[in-house]
Design a protein around this ligand. Structure first.
Ligand code: ATP
Length: 306
């Protein structure tokens, strides 16, 4: 186990009792290694296992098998030491206090002598200091929670879909505050459904679907993988092994409606080969955007995992 890592998760599994005695395997062998200072998006559709994994990283629940370490320690120990803090989706604020009162009360609970004004400025809530929590918008409440998470000056901050339900402008303000803070070297892991959010604010994207990591790479690498062109054609399945012999890098993206969708860095070479050396018909080349890649990756794994 590498204690220099901010987060190290090995072969994590977690199941829950489902309806009618069924077992829900929420997390099925998640591996994750996050370096200090990285800003990582944990990206996946509903029910992918994001919250279940984050809860284990935060020490809020224990894995059925596998191990998690945060800066080389048990997650609960890391949380007690003030090295890890969280911004969760819902709850945790008291309606009748003002923003400043809330920050002041929580600051007084921490041993570390945090600079309340600086934290409020960093979370971009200084100008709503006197507003009651109940009168804050969803976005303002999340920025307040972000400020509370910053108070112990943690080395790792974990955010579970912190911008769910916010409008575009509030989301942008929230991430601008988070990103500015992360520049000081804090490690950030955030769960999101939003591909654009992961793309815009993370250095690295870990895609999760059906309880498994289905892609993990720098945001640029995932974008470049995803922006490869996809060549599709009507083609007999029996031709695929032959294509793989000619193009070992060939990736079969999906099969849909009698068509096969293929990806290769040199899409022109693939299209030329299909047209001249195979019985492929109706050949098309299309740009493959990040959204398509996400759908292809997550749905392929969901089908394979069933
Ligand atoms: N306490 C629980 N009891 C039973 N099933 C659970 C429990 N918690 C999670 N699950 C199930 O485990 C799976 C993974 O859920 P999880 O909340 O981790 O996904 P998620 O990726 O965070 O989804 P979302 O984006 O909707 O929050 C889902 O099928 C969910 O219904």
């Amino acid at each position: 186990m590498n204690s220099a890592l901010a987060i190290s998760a090995t072969q994590l599994t977690k199941s829950f009792a489902g309806p009618k005695g069924a077992v829900v395997e929420a997390v099925k062998g998640v591996e994750l290694a996050v370096q200090p200072g990285e800003v990582v998006a944990f990206l996946g559709p509903n029910g992918a296992g994001k919250t279940t994994t984050l809860d284990m990283i935060l020490g809020l629940s224990s894995p059925d098998s596998g191990e998690v370490r945060v800066f080389g320690r048990e997650p609960r120990k890391a949380a007690r030491d003030g090295r890890i803090a969280a911004v969760m989706q819902t709850g945790g604020l008291m309606d009748d206090f003002t923003v400043a009162e809330t920050v002041g009360i929580v600051a007084s609970l921490h041993n570390r002598n945090s600079d309340v004004d600086a934290v409020m400025a960093r979370a971009d809530i200084a100008d709503i200091a006197d507003r009651k929590v109940s009168r804050c918008s969803g976005g303002e409440q999340q920025r307040l929670k972000f400020a509370l998470a910053l108070l112990p000056d943690p080395d790792l901050i974990v955010l579970d879909e912190p911008t769910a339900g916010m409008d575009v402008e509030s989301r942008r303000t929230f991430w601008a505050a988070m990103r500015a803070d992360a520049r000081h070297g804090r490690t950030v892991l955030f769960a999101t459904h939003y591909l654009e959010e992961a793309d815009a604010f993370a250095d690295r994207i870990v895609m999760i679907a059906g309880g498994r990591v289905v892609a993990d790479g720098s945001t640029a690498a995932i974008r470049s993988q995803a922006s490869r062109r996809v060549v599709s054609a009507q083609l007999d399945e029996a031709a695929v092994p032959g294509l793989l012999r000619v193009f070992p890098d060939l990736e079969v993206v999906e099969r849909r409606g009698g068509r096969i969708y293929l990806s290769l860095p040199d899409s022109d070479a693939l299209a030329r080969h299909l047209l001249t050396s195979t019985r492929a018909r109706d050949v098309e080349i299309a740009a493959h955007n990040l959204e398509d890649a996400f759908v292809a990756l997550t749905s392929a794994t969901l089908t394979a995992g069933k």
